[in-house]
Design a protein around this ligand. Structure first.
Ligand SMILES: Nc1ncnc2c1ncn2[C@@H]1O[C@H](COP(=O)(O)OP(=O)(O)OP(=O)(O)O)[C@@H](O)[C@H]1O
Length: 615
């Protein structure tokens, strides 16, 4: 004979508490949600029925009573729905799916009460005329009792009483209940109140607002129109939304962006954060049917939108069984895409029109905007027009670089940029530092956009822009250059003479990344054993032992010309070393102990010579 499964209620509650719910606090969400659903069912039949859920922490702090003015339960329904795990009255009987107007859908929520109590007592009166009130008591050991009551005074609706276990009284304390009810129920479209002590009196404090904050803002604007103002008052709307952010999220936003996805019944607001935040920190406050799902939701907005914090309500997104996350379904994908588009339009408009908001957005969220640029081609163009990048001619936009420089030349690393920046700058070349987070990727992506010419700039290319001195001049300074080369060979540095602007830069140091790589390999080659050394050796050309740096002396500079004119002067070495060291510093490299010693020696030699001359 077929037998029925038996359920170990204790084991099931343990499973829920450890694996599904984030903590015992969810009991309050579940009873609140049941009250709201019961009211929805009743007002469907009687739109004038009262709509109220009241939470009353016991005066002695031992428990809580929750009363709703919902549809109530008959004795038969209590037995069927309260005592059968997985049975719900909220499913569409034909489709077998949760009905859109209800929050609950699984038939397990009531079990959350056992997270804080050993007994759940439900007193209810059905809205069906002629039904007697009922009392149902379920115990954590898996037993229950149901009885009808003679009391004709019981009003339509349901009252749940929970006496907290000794270790769970914290969850029913007045302060906790106010916090939890405000968290879960502040947006609910009906009265949610908590009975609190105020100056020795017990009073009902309303927790839920009458309208969504963004709906209030729109309404206020409409009122303004009625009273003679010509257009909806955008300022008042923004103020209402800012007030909400300050009161509920704890910050004053840099700007507010209205969000509306009619296809999925999703509305809300994205607040631009007043400070920069790191990628991956997008956390949003998301409600489904005006009941909180999560204050730290991170799937409803695109990843790149980490510069905003959104508050959203959706009528058709679906929470998972834990009700603490959203189900990653088609509706979510569609909503996320639409929100992404709305954020992008706002960014586009804001970045196109100069304004104080634009300035603050660029200053605070340039990193996030770079992430946005990588997420879409349209935004790439917008960012290229508006976002400042480090260039050899100061911070400016890529569009400006293209206009002024003919093409966008960049170095993929900051190190590479520092190497060539001084020379490029002196030559009036526009070179972009692509070494910051996202920038090299942005430039690489831009290279494939029509209308853009984007190329990488190397030290070799730069050398070609420096004017070679004539053969006569080369001949004239040959001895001096030979001496300089011999001197700086110890510093792994070659010396060449070029003419370049500006004349007050005596010398620049160019580093050849490729030569440095070759040197590193041959150094390892020397250190390594036979087999490995031979393998490494195959990557390098043994004849190629050129220094990895070149000191480019500027032949238009007076000091350089004077020094080259006297290769045998006693101060030649000190002078050449000083040129080398100042070029090293100009290239943004710090001086090591060897260089510091060299600097000190050279300076004292120069000083001694100068003093000798004067005497
Ligand atoms: N306050 C209430 N008023 C009327 N009926 C209620 C109330 N609370 C619970 N019920 C009945 O008990 C059933 C089971 O409730 P339970 O909270 O376990 O699940 P659910 O709300 O249907 O779904 P979910 O598990 O998603 O919350 C409900 O479907 C409803 O019929």
């Amino acid at each position: 004979m077929a037998q029925r499964f038996k359920v170990d209620l204790g084991g099931l509650v343990e499973l829920l508490s450890k694996n599904l719910y984030s903590g015992p606090q969810v009991y309050l969400r579940e009873v609140l949600q049941n009250g709201v659903d019961a009211i929805t069912a009743r007002t469907d039949l009687d739109p004038d029925a009262p709509a109220r859920v009241r939470l009353e922490p016991w005066v002695d702090g031992a428990g809580i009573t929750i009363t709703d003015t919902g549809i109530g339960l008959t004795a038969t329904q209590a037995e069927e729905f309260l005592a059968t795990i997985g049975r719900t009255s909220k499913r569409d009987e034909v489709l077998g799916e949760g009905r859109a107007e209800y929050l609950g859908q699984f038939g397990i929520g009531l079990l959350a009460c056992f997270l804080i109590a050993d007994a759940v007592e439900v007193t209810s009166r059905s809205a069906t005329p002629g039904e007697a009130p009922v009392r149902w008591v379920g115990l954590a050991d898996g037993t229950f009792e149901v009885q009808t009551l003679a009391d004709a005074e019981v009003e339509i609706g349901t009252t749940i009483s929970l006496k907290a276990r000794a270790d769970a009284t914290h969850w029913v304390a007045e302060e906790t209940v106010v916090t939890l009810a405000s968290d879960y129920g502040d947006m609910l479209p009906l009265e949610v109140s908590v009975r609190v002590n105020a100056g020795g009196q017990r009073v009902w404090r309303r927790i839920s607002r009458t309208r969504l904050p963004w709906a209030v803002a729109v309404e206020k604007s409409a009122e303004g129109t009625e009273h003679g103002s010509t257009a909806p008052n955008a300022h008042e709307t923004a103020m209402a939304l800012t007030n909400y952010a300050e009161a509920s999220l704890g910050f004053t936003p840099l700007a507010t962006i209205s969000l509306n996805v009619p296809a999925t019944g999703t509305t809300g607001v994205a607040y631009v954060l007043p400070q920069a935040v790191s990628p991956g920190s997008g956390r949003h406050r998301v409600y489904v049917k005006q009941m909180l799902v999560s204050g730290r939701e991170d799937t409803l907005l695109p990843d790149w939108a980490f510069f905003v914090r959104a508050v959203l309500n959706s009528e058709s997104l679906t929470p998972t069984a834990s009700r603490e996350q959203l189900r990653e379904d088609e509706v979510l994908l569609l909503t996320r895409e639409a929100i992404g588009e709305q954020l992008k339009s706002w960014i586009t408009v804001t970045l196109t029109e100069p304004s104080p908001v634009q300035a603050r957005l660029l200053e605070t969220h340039h990193l996030a905007l770079r992430a946005v640029a990588l997420a879409s081609d349209d935004m790439l163009d917008v960012v290229a027009q508006a976002l400042p990048f480090e260039t050899t001619q100061g911070f400016t936009t890529l569009a400006e670089v293209a206009r002024e420089g003919g093409a966008v030349r960049f170095t993929p690393t900051t190190e590479g940029y520092r190497r060539i920046a001084p020379v490029a700058r002196a030559q009036g070349l526009w070179v972009v530092n692509g070494g910051y987070v996202y920038d090299a990727d942005i430039l690489a992506k831009l290279a494939h956009r029509p209308g853009w010419e984007v190329t990488e700039m190397t030290a070799g290319e730069l050398t070609q822009t420096l004017e070679v001195v004539g053969i006569d001049r080369e001949f004239e300074v040959m001895a001096a250059l030979e001496r300089a080369k011999a001197l700086l060979a110890e510093q792994d540095c070659d010396v060449q003479l070029r003419s370049f602007a500006p004349a007050d830069v005596p010398a620049v140091l160019l580093r050849d990344a490729e030569a440095e790589r070759r040197r590193a390999i041959s150094q390892e080659n020397e250190d390594a054993g036979n087999v490995w050394g031979g393998l490494l050796g195959s990557f390098t050309d043994p004849s190629d032992s050129k220094p990895s740096r070149t000191l480019m002396l500027n032949d238009t500079n007076d000091s350089v010309r004077r020094l080259l004119a006297q290769p045998h002067h006693t101060s030649f070495e000190a002078g050449m070393n000083t040129l080398y060291l100042s070029a090293l510093m100009l290239a943004g490299e710090g001086l090591g102990s060897r260089e510091t010693g060299l600097l000190s020696d050279s300076l004292s030699q120069l000083l001694a010579a100068a003093l000798r001359t004067e005497n």
